[in-house]
Design a protein around this ligand. Sequence first.
Ligand code: ADP
Length: 804
Amino acid sequence: MGNRLTAILDSLPETGIFVMEKKGTNLLYYNRRIKEVCQETEAGIDCGVVWKAVYGDSLFPDDAETGHKICYNTKFGRSTDVIAHEIMWDADTPAVAVVVIPHKSDYEERQGHEQIEKLYMSSLVTVFDECIIANLTADFYVNCQRDIMWTDIPELGEFDRENKKYSGLTVHPDDIEIFNASFSRDAMIRIFGEGKNRICKRLRRMMGDGVYHMVEFTAARIEQFSDECWCVLVYQDIQDEYMLEQKRNVEISQLATAAEVAYQMLISVNLTRNMYNIMGYEKSDITYAPDTGNFDQLVESGAAAVDSVFREEFLRKYSRKPLLEAFDKGVRNVSMELRRMGDDGQFHWIFIQAVRVDSPYTEDVMEITMIKNIDEERRIQEEYLEKERKAKLILEEALEKAEAANRAKGDFLSKMSHDIRTPMNAIMGMTCLAQHHLNDPDKLSEYLEKIEISSAHLLGLINEVLDMSKIENGKMELTEFKFDLCQLLQDVVLMVQPDIQKRRQKISVEIAKEIHSQVLGDGQRLRQVLVNVLENASKYTQPEGRISISLAELEEAESNMGTYRFVIEDTGIGIKKEFLNHIFEPFSRADDSRISKTAGTGLGLTIVRNVVHMMGGEIQVESEYGKGSRFTITLLFEKKNGGLPAEKKEGQELTDQFCDLKILLVEDNELNQQIAKEMLTILGPEVEVAENGQEALEMILRNPPFYYDLIYMDIQMPVMDGFEAAERIRNSGKERIKELPIIAMTANAFAEDVKKTKISGMNGHLSKPIDMDQLRKSLVQCVYWKRKNLKEDNFYYEEESLEN
Ligand code: ADP
C-alpha cells in the first residue's frame, strides 16, 4: 500500500479499517482508528483481538467474508456499521477487508425514531400533565412537557428560582408549606441524598381554568446518570379519583357514625398484618390503647381490663390466632358478653363482636370489632330474672305455706281430737260413775267436781281454738271501754288464786304508787292476757314456789297516753334456750315430762302475743331453765279521768233484787232450757219459756209493757230465729218496748255474730255454755236497767259488754 493511501486511511477520524487473512487469522493491515480503539493491535496478531474490539462480544460471524452489520460498539461508544469485503491482498493472498464506520441513520430510520419520539411525547401527555427534567446540582432544568392547559414556566432555566415562582403561582396556599418541604431544590437534594429515589405528595394545584385540582406531584431521581443529581418532575391530575375516594370516605364515616350509635367502639383490624385502627369510640371508655397500633398488644391490654371470670374466654376467642383460625373455617362472626372495667373504676357489661370483612384492595384477613355497652340490657334482663326468681320464690313459699297449712290442719285435727277426748273421757267416765253412786253424796260430789273441772278445761280449749280462729281470720276485734288497771290486776289475781292456793304457791302483787289507773281500752282482752300468763306461771311452777305480778307506769309525761308495764315472774321450771324462740308458736309445748303432765294446748301464749300486738304492745320473755321465767308485757293506754260505774261496788247488794225480776227465756233445746231455767231460778228470778222467736214475740205483745224485765234470746231456732225475733220485738210498736233488755244467749261466738246481735236490736251477748257467773252479771245489769227505767232517775249507767 502506498504511503499516501496509508496516510489518507489513517486520517479518517471515525472510520476504522483492517484486513485479515481469509484462510488464516493473521491481521494483515489496520489503520490509526483501529489502533485507537484497540491498542493491542499489531500487524500479524490474531485478528480475533481486533474483531472483538469491533464486534464486541458478538461471535465471529460465519459470513464475515462479506456483508453488512449494524451493531453497538462500546469501544466506539455508539452504533456502528461493520462492512466486510473480500479482496486479494498482495495479488495472491485472499483476504477480507473490514470497515467500521459510525452508523448514520438513513431517512426511514429517522422517520421511525421521530414516530417513537412523538408517541413518547403524546404518551407523556396522557400520563403526566407536565414533565420537567432538572439537574439539581447545577440548578438547571428543561421543561420537556408543558402543561397543555396552562403554565408560565420557560422552557429551560434556573431551577430554584423558577420552581419558587411556579409553586407560588400554582400550588394552593394551604399546601405551599408541604410543597416546599418536599419539592424545593434544597429539600429534594436532601431527600435524594438520604437515599430515597422518589418523592410523592398529593397537593392542590391550580389548573388552566383557575380551579384547584388534587394532583399527585412526583420527583424521581434519575439514577447513575452522572455524579450530579438529576431528577424528573411530573404531576398527575387525580381530581376524579380523589373525589371518588372522598365520597367513599364520607360513606365509610357515615356508616361508622351510624354504627357508633349502636356501638361504643369500632376497631378495624388487619389480622394478617397484626394491625388495628380504632375508628370510633366514646373517649371515656378506653384509655389503655392508642388509636392505632399492634393488634396483639391491644388484645393483651384489653384482656387486663376484662373481669377475671371472662378473661380466659376472651383470650381464647379474640387473640389473633384463634380469630384467624375461626375465619379460616368460615366463621364470620365471633361474639361474647363480658364485664370490663371502665374508666370510672366500675365494671360494665359489654357485647363484643368481631365480624370478618372482605376488602377489594387486599388479600389480608380483615375484621371489624364492634363493642357495645349493654349495662342497661343486662339490668333489664337481671330485673326480669329477679322478678321471675321472686315470683318462683313466692310460688314456692305459697306452696310451702299451703303444705304447711295442710300439715297444720292435720296436726290440729289430731291434736284437737286428743285434747277434746281427754276431758270428754273424764266427763263421761265420771258421769257414768256418778250414776252408779247416786246414793253416795260424798262420791257424787267428788265426781261432779271432777266433771266440772274437765268441763272447764274443755270450754277453755274451745275458747282458745275460737280465739285462734278469730286471729287467723283477722276477725279478732278490740273494743274500748273505760276500766281501772289496778282493779283489773286484782281481779286477775283473784281468778288465778284458787290454782295458786291448790299448789300452795306464794303470790306477791306489786302496783306502783303513782299510777294513773283509769284508762281506755279492751279490759276484757287484757284480763285474758294476764290470766293466761299468770296461770302458766302457776302451772309451770312446783308446789310452794313463788309467783309475782307487778304493774308500773313508765313515763309520767304530760301526754294523755300512758305506758304500762306488767311483769309476771315465777321460780318455776324455766324454759330451755332452744325452746324460748318457739314459745309463741301455736301448739308449741316444751318437750318435758313435767309439761306433758300439765293440761294445756300450746295455744295460750300464741293468743296472748297476738292480742298484745293488736293493742300495739310488746311481750318479752326471759327464762333460765330450772330457775324460773319472767314475762314482761308493755302496753299503751289512753288515760281517763272520773269514777267507774258503781255497778261493781254495789254488786252484792243488787243480787238481792234478782227475785223481783221476771225473765223470758227463748230457747228451743229442751236440755238448754232446763239448764238455763234452773240456774236462773237458783239465782232468784221468775222464768217463763218460749220455744222459738215467734212464740216470744207473741208473749211480749200479749203482756203489758215492763211485764218482762229481761229476755234471754237463743239465736238458732226453728220457726223464727233470734235475730228476726229481736228485730220484730223492737219494731212491734209496743209502748216503751225499746227499753226492754234483750240478751243473746248463743253458741255463735264469733265477732260477726256479736255484731249481728247488736244490729238486730239486742243489748248484750252471752256465749254458751253459760255459767252462773255470767248469768249473775247479766242480772245485775238488768237491775240497773229496771231502776233506770222505772224510777226514771239519772242513775249513772255505762254499758258494758256482757261478752265472755
Ligand atoms: P300451754 O300452757 O297450754 O301448754 P302456752 O302457749 O300457754 O300453752 O305455753 C306454751 C308452752 O310454753 C308451755 O307448754 C310451756 O312449755 C311453756 N311455758 C309457758 N309459760 C311458762 C312458764 N311460766 N314457765 C315455764 N314454761 C312455760
